[in-house]
Design a protein around this ligand. Sequence first.
Ligand SMILES: Nc1nc2c(ncn2[C@@H]2O[C@H](COP(=O)(O)OP(=O)(O)OP(=O)(O)O)[C@@H](O)[C@H]2O)c(=O)[nH]1
Ligand SMILES: [Mg+2]
Length: 369
Amino acid sequence: MQIRKYEASNVQEALIKIKNDLGPDAAILSTKRVRSGRYPLVEVTAARDNNYDRTKHRKEETNLDIASLRGEIDDLKALMLGVKNGELIELREALNTFFDTVGMSKKAMYGGQLSRIYYYLIARGISRQRACRLINTLKNNLSAGGVGDYNAIFKFVVGLITKSISVTNGTKVKRVVAFVGPTGVGKTTTVAKLAACFTLEKKLKVALITADTCRIAAAEQLKIYAKIMGLPVEIVSEKKEFKRALNRFADKDVILVDTPGKSRNDKDYMEKLRDFLALDIPVETSLLLSLTSSQENMLDTAARFGVMNYNNIIFTKLDECVCFGSIYNVIDQVGKPVAYITNGQNVPRDIEKADPAKLARTIMEDRLN
Ligand SMILES: Nc1nc2c(ncn2[C@@H]2O[C@H](COP(=O)(O)OP(=O)(O)OP(=O)(O)O)[C@@H](O)[C@H]2O)c(=O)[nH]1
Ligand SMILES: [Mg+2]
């Protein structure tokens, strides 16, 4: 038996000292207050069996810790099953930020200017996974000297993003182009902008069709634009009317079709619209995504409209965009070419053909023009 005295400012503290020194099986023989007042002191006398094996005890403690960690991981797994998708994204982001902050992840991998550009990409809203991919390509392609030069790195990343953006070939526009997308993304406005561009700049013979008979005055909006531009317009609500209207416009170079906006959750509407646009002549379908929506919202919309097998994307409302990195994330994930970018409410001025180099600069530098 080994007996020892321990002094501490309170009994709790003394017990911790005893546990560390003599192990959890130590017996407390007595406690005595030595001093009270501003700096109190207690004396605790404890004893332990001489056969106590500290190494064995540490091992048991480690086993206990592992068992309790396993339990906590199981609890976390069970918790995650009940977490909704949005919450999961938030949780993941929070964890990533935490790991970045404490320097446990990327910071350890990248040093100097690479770390600087990595954090710049993240600040732009580019996903961590894509930022890592860009940095790794950079590392594999730049010389040791180049990796230390921030301006060279920046230019290189702009180049990489430029190369990864595919756009539609303007000369291969189909005769019938339909514009689909959620409510209020700018379908009707974009149809009007393009109608004006095709008529005035390309001197094409343009006609308009609207299938938007869902909302009161929705068709009126396009009719007003058509009237101002002196273009023919047809309002159709059924497929046979649509086909008839197309026949009527047989002499036109381009027919732009406006469609009603509906919630992306309306599966029935998606399928109806897909069947409506399925003709025996080729129809180019453009999905409009508003840059005022969150990245998750755009990706979800792109996935749900996937049933329509749309050909390309038109990003609208660039002028109101606050997270430019999400443009890159969406393009990269959706994998469809970009046709146009709209950047304001003015008809016909605020629309441009998508230009990869310009888009890459916008993503990296907020440069709208
Ligand atoms: N800031 C900004 N506003 C835009 C842009 N394009 C369209 N808008 C505005 O967005 C609003 C909705 O535009 P619409 O063209 O009616 O949208 P829509 O997709 O046809 O809407 P629904 O037919 O109701 O589904 C209008 O106020 C437009 O002026 C753009 O590029 N930038
Ligand atoms: Mg509309």
